[in-house]
Design a protein around this ligand. Structure first.
Ligand code: ZN
Length: 244
């Protein structure tokens, strides 16, 4: 089985469609949250995902749109985009967002899926090996897949080791599951923040037991034009060009 792993789509339909095409054939999608917020096409992104065999968990932006989170915690641009998104979404798609779980049972006995971190699934950013190390004590499976930071990375923790090590994901280089446990962030489809403006995703192949990170260029200008039309904040439009 091949599973397409996506995270932080942020209503960027053009990026999502480009990723789906680049991924080739796959059997399922696992989505690690933040389907909406920031981008111009929230309804279409939800409907595109729902057409597949899908497992999707909630992210902080999904909750912000629903008023499940205090919007005061967001910066003004993110807050503006959340309010705009709330007005755009169909009742059906709002209901779907509402039903997204914060946690799901481990998948295939091996994979924990969260948006932020195993410790605090909605909010915590895993940006350092120290924070990753603490989080290795908060899940039981060999691998945790997470999103939220929009930065592709793998943290490794060897049995008994006191520290965790961070490595950037290498495009097209398959990761194999080892004796070490791993926390893997595939990066963001719709708003990359690692200085590379291409959409990021990963493909899990259960036959070969590998997870391969990928990047694909998409038509950034077309997404930016839609954001301008929608009147979304200029800073959010500009940052897509820089991957930041
Ligand atoms: Zn996000």
């Amino acid at each position: 089985m091949r599973i397409l792993i996506v995270s932080d789509i942020h209503a960027n339909l053009i990026a999502l469609n480009t990723v789906i095409e680049a991924a080739g054939s796959f059997d399922r999608i696992w989505c690690l949250g933040d389907v909406v917020g920031y981008g111009p096409e929230p309804n279409a992104c939800i409907e595109t995902l729902r057409a597949y065999d899908l497992l999707c968990i909630a992210g902080n932006h999904d909750w912000a749109v629903l008023d499940k989170l205090d919007l005061e915690e967001f910066n003004p641009d993110a807050r503006g985009a959340a309010l705009w998104t709330r007005n755009q979404l169909s009742v059906n798609n709002l209901d779907w967002l509402h039903a997204l779980p914060e946690r799901v049972a481990p998948q295939l006995d091996k994979f924990t899926l969260v948006h932020g971190s195993p410790r605090y699934p909605i909010w915590e950013y895993v940006l350092t090996p120290a924070v990753a190390r603490l989080n290795f004590d908060h899940f039981d499976t060999p691998v945790c897949l997470m999103g939220h930071t929009h930065v592709p990375v793998v943290y490794r923790h060897a049995p008994g080791a006191r520290t965790a090590l961070a490595e950037p994901l290498v495009e097209n280089a398959p990761l194999t599951f080892g004796p070490e446990r791993m926390m893997i962030n595939p990066g963001s489809v719709g708003q990359p923040r690692d200085g590379d403006n291409r959409a990021a995703f990963a493909v899990l192949d259960t036959e070969t037991a590998t997870l391969t990170p990928h990047r694909v260029a998409y038509d950034i200008g077309a997404t930016q034009a839609k954001m301008e039309q929608a009147g979304l904040p200029l800073r959010l439009i500009a940052r897509l060009s820089y991957g930041w």
